[in-house]
Every structure is written in structure tokens, then in C-alpha cells.
Design a protein around this ligand. Sequence first.
Ligand code: 5GP
Length: 209
Amino acid sequence: MNEGILIVISGFSGAGKGTLVKELLRTYDNYALSISMTTRAPRAGETDGREYFFTSREVFEEKIAQNGLIEYAEYCGNYYGTPRDYVERQLADGKDVILEIEIQGMRKVRRMFPKMLPLFVTPPSAAELKQRLRGRGTESPEAIAGRLSAAVREAEGIGDYEYLVINDDLRDCVRRVHSLVQAAKQAPFRNEGFINRIGEELRILSKGE
Ligand code: 5GP
């Protein structure tokens, strides 16, 4: 069986990544979503083990020490990290594994998995982003201001991603992301195994003729 690919989806907080990813998982069956560990407090409506594994700084730091995370970063004063076991198991199982993480994490993952596919999701405008953050209704004005100033820095890193995904219409956006993943999986640098095999087969065949 072919190994799956690792897909990193980043984007401003409030860009609609969560909804997009949920819809992607519901629509297609080749994806698996990695659930991160965080020291941030759960928002209203979030459940431990569904959106995140919510934990203390002590437990998080233990996990780092045990090399149990593929990557981790601090964002707006909290730790966020990707548990290693689940990702490695799903990839070996042929699933395309989605990490919904920020840019520092993406850069670390890219060093370890150079074939991963980094996508950046953004709303069509800054005004729309602010509107969505307010509309979520789960955060204080200070937290929203913090997210917006983080977005200014994040916008400077968009050039590091392979594709930009403008999240205007959800269903259309889901289809676009799926097409990008299918196309990316056919890039030669992600198919070294196939290229080596067919090269070898051709050498044998040409000698035998
Ligand atoms: P939020 O608090 O809004 O759920 O997430 C804040 C930011 O942390 C988002 O940009 C989200 O993508 C990112 N994030 C979530 N999980 C991880 C993770 O495991 N690692 C890293 N590096 N970033 C994460």
C-alpha cells in the first residue's frame, strides 16, 4: 500500500480552518486528522480529545522530554504540539494526515518530512477575518486583538506555503483543497518509489528484448 502524505493546514485564527477540515473529513475518506495537545483552556463547546487534548504545562513538557511530539510551538502564550504516535500510524496505513498547525510548527515538520504539503487558508479580506473572530463569540476583545496581531506576523510567512486557499464558499473550498492534495500526490518528488521501480523494470525489460 502507498504511504499517505502529510498535509499541513495553517491560516489565521478565525480563517475557518476547523470547519474546512471537518467538512473535508466528512466528504472524503482518505483523510485522518491529527488532534493536537495544548495548554490553552477549552473554549465553550470544545471537548477534550475532540478539538484538542487539553493538558497542563507540566504534562506537556513531559511529552516533549519523551520525544512524544513531532513538533510543538508557543502561540499567544500557550503550548501546542502534534502527538507522534497517531500521525506515524495513520501515514503507514495509507491515510493522508492533516495537521492543523501554525507556521513555526509547519517549518519544523517540513525539516523532518520534506515531502509534506503545506497549505495556507485565509478569508478573502482582513475585515472578514475580524468579523469571523467576533462572530465566533467565544473570545474577549483582548484575545481577538491578540489573534489579529498574530495574523499580521503570519501574513509575512504565507510565501513559505505551497498553495494559498481563499476560504470564501465552504463547499467550493473543500473541493479545491481536495484537488490540490490529489495533484500534489502526483508530483515526481513525492513518487520516488514509483520512479525507481519503473526505471528498474525498464532496464530489465530493455536488456531482455
Ligand atoms: P486555537 O487556539 O485558535 O485553537 O489555535 C491557535 C493556533 O495554534 C492556530 O494557528 C492553530 O493552527 C495552531 N495549532 C493548533 N495545534 C497545533 C499544534 O499541534 N502545533 C502547532 N505548531 N500549532 C498548532
